[in-house]
Design a protein around this ligand. Structure first.
Ligand SMILES: Nc1ncnc2c1ncn2[C@@H]1O[C@H](COP(=O)(O)OP(=O)(O)OP(=O)(O)O)[C@@H](O)[C@H]1O
Ligand SMILES: [Mg+2]
Length: 254
């Protein structure tokens, strides 16, 4: 494992029946970066994030997070260790409100009746702080006016935003995002990216983001992996990768 990475996927393979989704993929997320994975449909991007976050066990290869080998750990254990994620199709509690969706995921939420009874004062303060934090994040995502709407009443783009909000509630070390800007209008997308950049710099959070909307996201990216047919086809700083003729042919010529 290479110590300069917060996440490192090493020689990962994953197949579904006869379909080989990942073929010997090695990819690292450096601390304090926003790193992007791009590639055509079906190139294995979501599968890689699923393997890193514990949804799938790799057939071969290892996953390291924050210096620990987490290969085969269940998703909840990886999450409590500080690695959060969003889904390509949002996985919200559809019957809960926007605010409730934000509050249920907060890490270390001491939602225990005995605890509440004994430490009532500190519990209330803790809850107040969580609600304040939730509203600060909802403000950035343009969702605070919708705080008491049920998640199922949101538009597709708003659901994606709420997913981002939930990951930010739990003070993660790193966040995996699967197409977070799909369905989000450009000016809001820029605000969100500015906010993520601030968190990266101020709170030391690292982001691994799958995104198709290169026009919006490229200026915010520190490093790019380009995947084709389950392999890492090219990698480097955005300006290097986007000038690579083979990448342009594989991507834009598709
Ligand atoms: N659960 C699954 N069962 C069977 N095949 C799967 C499964 N998940 C992914 N695949 C297959 O693995 C390959 C990679 O899919 P994946 O979803 O990782 O691609 P992607 O790069 O995220 O594509 P997109 O840009 O369309 O989201 C595809 O051929 C896909 O059909
Ligand atoms: Mg995908």
């Amino acid at each position: 494992m290479e110590p300069e990475y917060i996440i490192y996927a090493e020689n990962v393979y994953k197949s579904f029946g006869g379909v080989v989704a990942l073929r010997n993929v090695s990819l690292g997320l450096r601390p304090r970066t926003i790193t992007m994975i791009i590639g055509p449909n079906g190139s294995g991007k979501t599968t890689l994030i699923n393997v890193i976050s514990g949804v799938y066990r790799p057939d071969r290869g290892r996953i390291f997070f924050d210096g620990t080998d987490i290969t085969g750990w269940p998703p909840h254990r990886i999450f409590s260790r500080g690695l959060a994620r969003t889904f390509q199709v949002p996985a919200l509690f559809t019957k809960l409100t926007v605010l409730e969706n934000m509050l249920v995921v907060a890490r270390g939420n001491p939602g225990e009746s005995l605890f509440k009874a004994i430490f009532r004062g500190s519990w209330i303060k803790y809850e107040e702080e969580l609600v304040e934090k939730a509203f600060r994040i909802l403000d950035i995502l343009n969702l605070s006016d919708l705080w008491d709407k049920r998640a199922r009443e949101l538009s597709g783009g708003q659901m994606k935003l709420l997913e981002i909000g939930r990951t930010l509630m739990c003070d993660p070390t790193a966040i995996l995002m699967d197409e977070p800007l799909a369905g989000v209008n450009p000016s809001l997308a820029y605000n969100i990216l500015e906010y993520l950049k601030n968190i990266r710099d101020r709170e030391n959070v690292s982001f691994l983001v799958i995104e198709h909307r290169l026009d919006i996201i490229l200026p915010y990216i520190d490093y790019v992996y380009f995947m084709v047919e389950g392999r890492v086809f090219a990698q480097g700083r955005p300006e290097e990768v986007m000038e690579n003729k083979a990448v342009l042919e594989a991507y834009l010529g598709e």
